[in-house]
Unconditional design. Structure first.
Length: 227
């Protein structure tokens, strides 16, 4: 299937699952995850209406930005090393993968230098997998409170990468747990923290994630094909 058709199909499924869950499709942003794919393919997705793109590597992100139209919103979704923060400040619409206070502090420092406020999500290792980055759920509130004190960083919500499973239903409890946690955090009204974004769901499980309250889904394979 061509990229445009795949995109249409993913959008349709998001809408269907919103309907199932009694949500408005406007609540869910589709991020086209274009990592490892050539710019020609990204342009095809752009032609088909995609404006939000996700990359997981700083080098690839910064190489692609100048080759693509300016109205694209770029999401950094992969692990970010503190020594690379400088390269992405001012160039992303949202950094999904803040997984340590140290990294947030570096984003604060570089953002201050540029007189900017950088929007971020805290990555939560909701399933406690050894192979994954992110805060454990029980450490996330304390991290939120500490990061909320940084004036040039704005926490917009949470992100998780659910386990790789054969049956997407297996991830439903994880998505539900993160949704409930975000509602709980929202109710605490922490200054400078606005819990509106819940980035969860990939090609294999985005439909379940939408049913469970995702406001951003990150779909790569389902749009661009296998990597
Ligand atoms: C690669 C990647 C995705 C997209 O994965 P697909 O299974 O291809 O949809 C989503 N989120 C993150 C953090 C990724 O690295």
């Amino acid at each position: 299937m061509a990229i445009g058709e795949c995109l249409k199909e993913v959008r349709k499924r998001i809408e269907e699952n919103c309907r199932i869950a009694g949500r408005s499709p406007d609540e869910v942003t589709l991020i086209a995850v274009s990592k490892t794919k050539p710019v020609e393919m990204l342009l095809e997705a752009y032609e088909a209406g995609a404006r939000q793109f996700g990359e997981n590597k700083v080098q690839e992100l910064t190489a692609k930005i100048p080759q693509m139209p300016e109205d694209i919103k770029w999401h950094l979704i992969g692990h970010l090393q503190t020594n690379k923060v400088r390269q992405v400040i001012g160039r992303t619409t949202l950094i999904h993968s803040v997984d340590s206070i140290r990294l947030a502090k570096e984003i604060e420092r570089e953002s201050e230098k540029h007189n900017l406020v950088t929007d971020i999500l805290l990555e939560v290792n909701a399933a406690r997998e050894d192979s994954k980055f992110g805060f454990y759920l029980e450490d996330t509130e304390e991290a939120l409170r500490q990061i909320s004190l940084f004036p040039h960083v704005r926490v917009k919500g949470l992100m998780t990468i659910a386990p790789f499973v054969a049956n997407a239903e297996d991830n439903r409890p994880i998505f539900r747990k993160l949704y409930e946690f975000s509602v709980d955090m929202k109710s605490k009204n922490i200054d400078n923290v606005n819990m509106t974004v819940l980035s969860m769901g990939m090609t294999g499980d985005y439909e379940v994630a939408v049913q469970e309250g995702a406001t951003m889904v990150r779909v790569g394979t389902g749009i661009f094909g296998v990597r």
